[in-house]
Design a protein around this ligand. Structure first.
Ligand SMILES: Cc1cc2nc3c(=O)[nH]c(=O)nc-3n(C[C@H](O)[C@H](O)[C@H](O)COP(=O)(O)OP(=O)(O)OC[C@H]3O[C@@H](n4cnc5c(N)ncnc54)[C@H](O)[C@@H]3O)c2cc1C
Length: 477
């Protein structure tokens, strides 16, 4: 057993089983996997990927036109990817104002933030309307600074919100106010964003799957799409069969690193979560009973939330970067240990509470730290959403709305948002993309850790961590 991990009875092996969220969700349903694709069929729209993006797109397409023949192709089961194993933070974009203003200007930035806020409410409405109990809790999102440097970053978030005329969206919290919501000895002052809801992500993904199936969408699980051939009819070629349709949607998240049309628009970084045993009395002791989402302000981001049965799910702290989605995104013990170390540092009063689970997955990092939705310049009938950069729970709902409108040719407020068909931003070609991403990721983590310990960061790590911004990317310190 690894030092720092206090597990229950057995060694925790990341990747050996599905995430706790998805295990819980699958245990609560009676549904069998949808059959794999076998044969050649026609459809009106073919969607590659059965995560939030693909399923929301299918949902909004069937809202617009119940008669559309929509086919979803998923290599695993729906929700088997990051949609069924993320932190469940459906968070607003008000903390993204800086990047949004740099890219699009102040008014479009506010418009984009409002659209994401609508999506948070939209997820709640979906759950109510369709009887999906995904634990939707709209309790807000707290930023808790753990260093002087982070306090300054927090002040800047609050200042920007005030400057663009939305002071209520992000307001400052004193150290006492932070402590009243969650008393960690590591926390200083902070900020509070009211737009933040927690969900049990796998219950949401599986609920979406149920609803779209009920609406007549065809889903083929355990079906890998090897390529999509463009043309007036797009053809999604699977290992055993194909789907031909006038419109195709690529909703493959970090796996887009392997799609030639999209690969230079992202790199994949991993993120890992550890989960405690239930300890509701300990949560009460530190006053964290309001259901708030919490994050610190490390560039490599730690994020934590509670569960209905009084656990803490704690994410971040480590991870690798790569342009191929391999086992390092799911089986990385070092990343689990780093996440566990972060948890133990911020929650010392949980020192004797065991960590019962740990899992990881890829996040699709874009050069702007923000997603883009649109159609491929080379194939206008092939649509995509990518680049959530680890923040896709609420934006993927918006992506589904946008993609459904783009697919059906509707000109709506959603399709006029600034992140729809923006000028593509590219990372350098391989091998520089992968090598650079891996080196920068480790440098950012080393830099964050030094800052948190109050020691001077290694000058080389500090220089490397700052390189992306120097190169014009909106990433890193
Ligand atoms: C550990 C972790 C924690 C996170 N925490 C948060 C959080 O708290 N809040 C937040 O907003 N975001 C979070 N994220 C990010 C969030 O999970 C994603 O942004 C979101 O799920 C994206 O949804 P998606 O449908 O685009 O991608 P996915 O859920 O990855 O779905 C894409 C699907 O495409 C399938 N696929 C890929 N290639 C093929 C192919 N060739 N053929 C067929 N199918 C294919 C995959 O199997 C996958 O199921 C986290 C991510 C991770 C990994």
């Amino acid at each position: 057993m690894q030092a720092g991990l206090n597990l229950v009875g057995k060694a925790l092996t990341p990747g050996a089983q599905r995430s706790w969220w998805l295990r819980e969700a699958l245990a609560a349903e009676a549904s069998a996997p949808c059959p794999p694709m076998n044969g050649d069929i026609n459809a009106d729209v073919v969607i590659v990927g059965g995560g939030f993006t693909g399923l929301w797109t299918a949902y909004f397409l069937t809202e617009a036109n119940p008669n559309l023949r929509v086919v979803v192709l998923e290599q695993d089961i729906c929700g088997g990817g990051p949609s069924g194993r993320n932190g469940g933070f459906a968070s607003g974009w008000w903390d993204e104002l800086d990047g949004l203003i740099t890219l699009y200007g102040a008014a479009p930035a506010v418009q984009a933030c409002r659209a994401v806020s609508d999506s948070i409410s939209g997820i709640g409405e979906f759950c109510r309307r369709h009887g999906v109990d995904a634990w939707f809790t709209h309790a807000g999102y707290m930023f808790a600074a753990t260093s002087a440097h982070h306090e300054a970053a927090c002040d800047e978030l609050v200042r920007l919100a005030r400057e663009v005329g939305v002071p209520d969206e992000l307001r400052a919290l004193s150290a006492e106010e932070v402590k009243a919501r969650c008393a960690s000895p590591a926390f200083r002052s902070g900020a509070f964003m009211r737009d933040g809801a927690s969900v049990q992500p796998a219950l949401l993904a599986r609920g979406l799957r149920r609803v779209v199936l009920e609406r007549g969408v065809t889903i083929h699980e355990n079906t890998t799409v090897t390529r999509v051939d463009a043309g007036p009819q797009a053809v999604a070629l699977c290992t055993q069969g194909s789907v031909r349709a006038p419109r195709a949607v690529l909703a493959v998240n970090a796996w887009a690193t392997g799609w030639p049309q999209l690969s230079r628009r992202l790199v994949a970084w991993s993120s890992y979560i550890v989960l405690t045993a239930p300890a509701p009395e300990r949560l009460a002791n530190i006053g964290w009973t309001g259901g708030e989402l919490i994050t610190d302000l490390r560039t490599s981001v730690r994020y934590f939330r509670t569960t209905r049965d009084g656990r803490i799910a704690f994410g971040g702290g480590g991870g690798r970067a790569s342009s191929r989605i391999d086992d390092s995104f799911t089986h990385d013990m070092r990343a689990v240990v780093e996440a566990a170390e972060g948890f133990r540092l911020l929650f010392p009063s949980f020192a004797d509470i065991p960590l019962e689970d740990g899992w990881g997955g890829p996040i699709d990092v874009s050069p702007t730290h923000l997603p883009a939705f649109g159609s491929l310049a080379s194939s206008p009938n092939v649509f995509y959403a990518l680049g959530y950069t680890g923040n896709g729970v609420a934006p993927s709902h918006l992506a589904g709305r946008v993609l459904a409108d783009l697919v059906t040719g509707a000109d709506t407020e959603a399709t006029r948002l600034p992140m729809v068909n923006p000028k593509p931003r590219m990372f350098p070609p391989e091998p520089f993309r992968s090598m650079g991403a891996a080196v920068v990721r480790r440098a950012i983590i080393a830099n964050d850790t030094a800052e948190e310990r109050g020691v001077k960061p290694n000058p080389l790590a500090a220089t490397i961590a700052r390189m992306p911004r120097r190169m014009g990317f909106l990433l890193g310190p």
